[in-house]
Write a protein that binds this ligand. Structure first.
Ligand code: CA
Ligand code: CA
Length: 284
């Protein structure tokens, strides 16, 4: 580059000198030489010989970037997501309930099991046409939901589709009224013939209703009744209003007395399907 600069300045001086003494051919020669010699040097000129020399120099770097330290980091994640969590407010898996706490004696235990099951006589009165077991279960759940009771319910009825003995969860915890009164200590106690207290309280806590069916016992009229078709052992007894689909006057079903704690709580007499009674509902 210094040679080119020296040549350039020399040529410029020569061109300047000869321009002062014009000679056409000399001027052309001088200008032509100046254009060639004073053309700005390009950077590639100096490095022409280097292009082949760098290609082999970096090949050793490709093997130095991998790491062996990451293989032990993820072993602690395998203990999460194993089944339902009691107390998270979401009923899942084997949980009967989840009241979003870890407190006992509030209805749902710290193991997410019911601490008692509620039994009630409906505040509503019905004929013997209940829509079968499915229709009666709907009545129970609608009544319970409207009253703010927890859980799901089934009707204490027997048809050719099933009985309490075949359908119910056989509770190992007490059956209680919604005011806390003990009805039975568990399923076995519920079905041994007598109750600790009659199921005389509705889903809202009021007195069981007075229907048009009347069961007379020892000259006493019992007009607070429930359709059942069921004996105190939880199995079929008497008649059942054509599987509780009939409100015919000439059809009958076994009816219990909601103020009785004897076997008559569920089986007092076969009474007419066009008359009205409550039904019993049990939390599952
Ligand atoms: Ca849960
Ligand atoms: Ca609880």
């Amino acid at each position: 580059m210094s040679l080119a600069s020296d040549s350039c300045s020399t040529l410029r001086r020569m061109t300047t000198v000869n321009l002062l003494k014009p000679s056409r051919s000399w001027m052309f020669l001088a200008l032509a030489l100046g254009v060639v010699a004073c053309k700005p040097p390009t950077e590639g000129n100096d490095d022409i010989g280097d292009t082949g020399t760098d290609t082999g120099t970096d090949t050793g770097e490709s093997t130095t970037t991998t790491s062996t330290t990451e293989t032990t980091t993820d072993t602690t994640e395998t203990t999460t997501d194993t089944g339902p969590v009691c107390g998270d407010g979401v009923r899942a898996g084997s949980e009967e309930c989840d009241d979003a706490n870890q407190i006992n004696l509030d209805g749902c235990s710290t193991m997410c099991k019911w601490e008692a099951r509620i039994a009630f006589a409906t505040s509503s009165l019905h004929t013997g046409n209940l829509g079968g077991l499915i229709g009666a279960d709907v009545i129970c759940n609608m009544r319970a939901q409207a009253a703010g009771l927890p859980g799901t319910y089934m009707a204490w009825l027997t048809t050719n589709q099933g009985s309490p003995n075949s359908r119910f969860v056989k509770s190992t915890v007490p059956y209680v009224l919604r005011n806390g009164t003990l009805v039975a200590n568990n399923w076995t106690d519920l079905t041994d013939g007598t109750l600790a207290a009659p199921i005389s309280i509705t889903e809202t806590g009021g007195a069981s209703p007075v229907g048009t069916n009347v069961c007379v016992v020892n000259a006493v009229n019992n007009n607070r009744t429930a359709f059942t078709g069921t004996g105190s052992n939880g199995l079929a007894v008497g008649t059942n209003c054509s599987n509780f689909t009939s409100a015919a006057a000439n059809s009958t079903a076994a009816v219990g007395v909601t103020t009785s704690a004897s076997f008559r709580w569920t089986n007092c007499a076969n009474l007419a399907c066009n008359n009205t009674s409550a039904i019993y509902c049990f939390q599952q």
